[in-house]
Design a protein around this ligand. Structure first.
Ligand code: MLT
Length: 323
């Protein structure tokens, strides 16, 4: 009897899965962005969603579910049905660092299936214009001379901007006072308004304000200058050699999503990344599109595991306290 129930269940799941994959998608798909609207994750998700619609023939919406360094939004996606209609959008912070900081109640590797690696970008060290420094060396001297730590905006504990700040503290020995926001969109508004001193930010989030002269850029955390920001020196050139960090992004679906559904979604994102108009928008923000052989779900899975092995020791050693 027990064997019969099991066999029936397997048959149901298999047929159910095939039927789902054939008709997929038959309604709108939601991409859960775990940070505020107007920030870099939100901007990339909206660019891709717009083009994914053309490949999938259904609406692709972005839902911002913010808080706790992005872990609330990731949890919302993890607990959704594994049917391809909910996609978890995230990055090195949400899908790697958060596992070393929060008691998540889910596993970032086994409760999600990788969908696709997305464009990456180096971080950029930026300050409000009122900071009296013109170069990275001036900025380091100013930070060291202060009686109290400068206020550094982040998208919450475990976010990309927070890990970059921790890494900056690590290489310079300078302490920062973190000011957490629900995304670096609102953190950027406060930097421009002068309420906080600096952000070690994703280049894609800062570059427009740097070009407009609303904030000051000191260095990009890469070994080569960006064609989109040719005037900004690298950290190697500006006096912090080896301070390199690339923030990569990706998409996942809940574990158990049928393979054919994963393939359809992956193909829709790859189509978007190959579209010249989308590429142009991404490159203009300083984002680097992964080579074609890095765009499979397996490539993201392998990369995420390698990044967990690389970053967890440093993040755990930093002993980050969360509410
Ligand atoms: C981060 O710092 O993790 C992201 O830039 C947050 C965001 O996308 O708003």
């Amino acid at each position: 009897m027990q064997r019969f129930v099991l066999a029936a269940l397997i048959t149901l799941t298999t047929f159910g899965g095939n039927a789902l994959a054939e008709s997929f998608p038959s309604r709108a798909i939601t991409i859960v962005v775990p940070f505020s609207a107007g920030g870099p994750s939100d901007a990339m998700a909206r660019m891709l969603a717009e083009r994914m619609k053309t490949s999938l023939g259904e609406a692709v919406m972005v839902e911002n579910v913010t808080g706790a360094g992005g872990s609330i939004g990731v949890g919302r996606a993890v607990r959704s049905p594994p049917d391809g209609y909910t996609i978890s959008f995230g990055h090195l912070g949400t899908h790697v660092a958060n596992g070393a900081i929060y008691k998540l109640g889910f596993d970032l590797v086994s409760d999600l299936e990788p969908l696709v690696l997305l464009p990456s970008n180096p971080m950029i060290i930026v300050s409000k214009n009122a900071v009296p420094a013109k170069t990275l060396q001036d900025l380091l001297a100013w930070l060291k001379a202060r009686p109290t730590p400068a206020a550094a905006g982040t998208a919450g504990a475990g976010s990309g901007s927070h890990i970059a700040g921790l890494y900056f503290e690590n290489v310079t020995g300078i302490k920062l006072q973190y000011v957490p926001y629900r995304g670096t969109g609102p953190a950027m508004n406060d930097l421009v308004g002068g309420q906080i001193d600096l952000i070690v930010d994703q280049t894609s989030n800062s570059i427009g304000q740097v070009r407009a002269g609303n904030i000051r850029a000191y260095a990009v955390t890469a070994d080569k200058r960006l064609s989109s920001a040719p005037d900004v020196p690298t950290t190697d050139e500006a006096g912090l050699p080896g301070f390199h960090m690339t923030l990569w992004l990706g998409m996942w679906v809940p574990n158990g999503t049928p393979g054919d559904v994963v393939r359809k979604l992956n193909a829709a994102v790859v189509d978007a990344l190959n579209d010249p108009a989308v590429r142009n928008q991404l490159e203009n923000l300083g984002l680097q599109i992964p080579p074609p052989d890095q765009l499979s779900p397996a490539a993201l899975g392998a990369w995420q595991k390698a990044e967990i092995a690389k970053w967890w020791p440093m993040i755990k050693a930093a002993n980050v306290k969360v509410e």
